[in-house]
Ligand binder design. Structure first.
Ligand SMILES: NC(=O)CC[C@H](N)C(=O)O
Length: 364
């Protein structure tokens, strides 16, 4: 099929220029360029708020084959600021599809490029580390200094819900607060299908408010940006974990709880984004294949020994993938047990959370 998009470019902060063609919405933008190796699951990626402020590069060369399926969306927003593929599928085919990526991106204002040499681009990011870039029609006017200076900032409050809302049946026996730092809806669904009523709470919800709600457990969601910049939310968590309620944190939630315990986080060279990241359980020696999307990690050795210990590590690079706390009733994972997209191998961790709360989980 003929490719018709207008010529446009990705300019990297190191001056390297890639030529491609536009699809989706028009526009010029700067963002952090990250790659994901997931072969499918592009709808979950596009609607994951954790990608706020980033240009996502899909390493899999053909994206969009099964069209646009709103039931698979992970939130009501489009996460990434920009989107880059080798080729997008102009004739999607799936019985659930409601349209093409191009029309969806135009409708939601997502600026995308195709025809980019994503293999070379990914190798550059892998070798030199994550860097910023700009999508533009006029690369000669791109200001490299401004591209370099771009930083994803203050994003959690932007994506978190402003008002609490409920998920699941109101007569459920267990009530779980889900702190929304930019959550994927699958996390809430994993709690609801085990028989809990979930209240999705704004990220600023205090320990006092959670206690007044009478919740049985507290779930900390994923979310965008540099975890360490969320100073107030980290202070808030110090009070929340003192409530002594069972807690389970995922990705940004894992990082924030570690920071609240005095641990450090660091930026990874190019992050882990994909659906086949191997993670080892240090208690059993078992390795799980996991779904991931993060650019920062908790420094395993910085977790105060009297407060907790590393529970999982990444088999590829040895980075911290989870913590078991000994000073509060909590455990956390850097990877995504809710999957979506990716393997469901660690979904049983939600059952562990339910058994900590004292309810057997009823999977429906
Ligand atoms: N998916 C997430 O929660 C990502 C956490 C954090 N923003 C990071 O990039 O490391």
């Amino acid at each position: 099929m003929e490719r018709i998009g207008e010529k446009a470019y990705l300019v990297l902060e190191n001056g390297r220029v890639f030529q491609g063609r536009r699809f989706g919405a028009p526009g010029e933008l700067m963002a952090e360029v990250v790659f994901t190796t997931g072969m499918g699951g592009y709808l979950e990626t596009i609607t994951d708020p954790s990608y706020w402020g980033q240009i996502v590069v899909q390493t899999f060369p053909l994206i969009g084959n099964y069209g646009v399926i709103p039931a698979d969306f992970e939130s009501g927003v489009v996460g990434p600021r920009g989107y880059i593929v080798k080729a997008w599928c102009q004739a999607p085919s799936n019985f659930r599809s409601e349209g093409s990526l191009d029309a969806f991106f135009k409708d939601r204002g997502l600026c995308a490029l195709e025809g980019i040499d994503t293999r070379t681009l990914t190798k550059i990011i892998r070798e030199k580390g994550v860097m910023n870039g700009m999508i533009t029609s006029d690369p000669d006017k791109a200001d490299i200094g401004a591209i370099r200076a771009y930083k994803v900032q203050g994003v959690v409050r932007e994506v978190s819900t402003k008002e609490p809302y409920a998920m699941g049946s109101s007569d459920a026996r267990l009530h779980i607060a889900l702190m929304d730092y930019g959550m994927k809806k699958s996390i809430g669904e994993c709690l609801v299908k085990r028989g809990a009523k979930v209240t999705v709470c704004p990220c600023t919800t205090t320990a006092r408010e959670l206690s007044d709600m009478g919740v049985d457990g507290i779930m900390l969601s994923n979310g965008p940006g540099d975890p360490a910049e969320n100073v107030e939310l980290i202070e808030n968590l110090k009070e929340i974990y003192k409530l002594g309620k069972p807690m389970f944190g995922i990705c940004l939630g894992h990082q924030l709880l570690a920071l609240a315990h005095g641990a450090r986080t660091e930026k990874l060279k190019y992050g882990h984004r994909g659906e086949n990241q191997p993670v080892k359980d240090l208690e059993t020696g078992r390795v799980y294949i996991t779904s991931q999307n993060h650019g920062y990690a908790v420094v395993g050795g910085s977790i105060p020994a009297e407060k907790g210990r590393e529970l999982y590590v990444n088999v590829n690079d040895g980075t911290c993938e989870g913590v078991r706390y000994t000073d509060c009733n909590a455990f956390t994972t850097q990877f995504h047990p809710e999957a979506c997209a990716g393997p469901l191998d660690t979904e049983w961790l939600f059952d562990r959370f339910f058994s900590m709360i004292g309810g057997s989980s009823v999977c429906r």
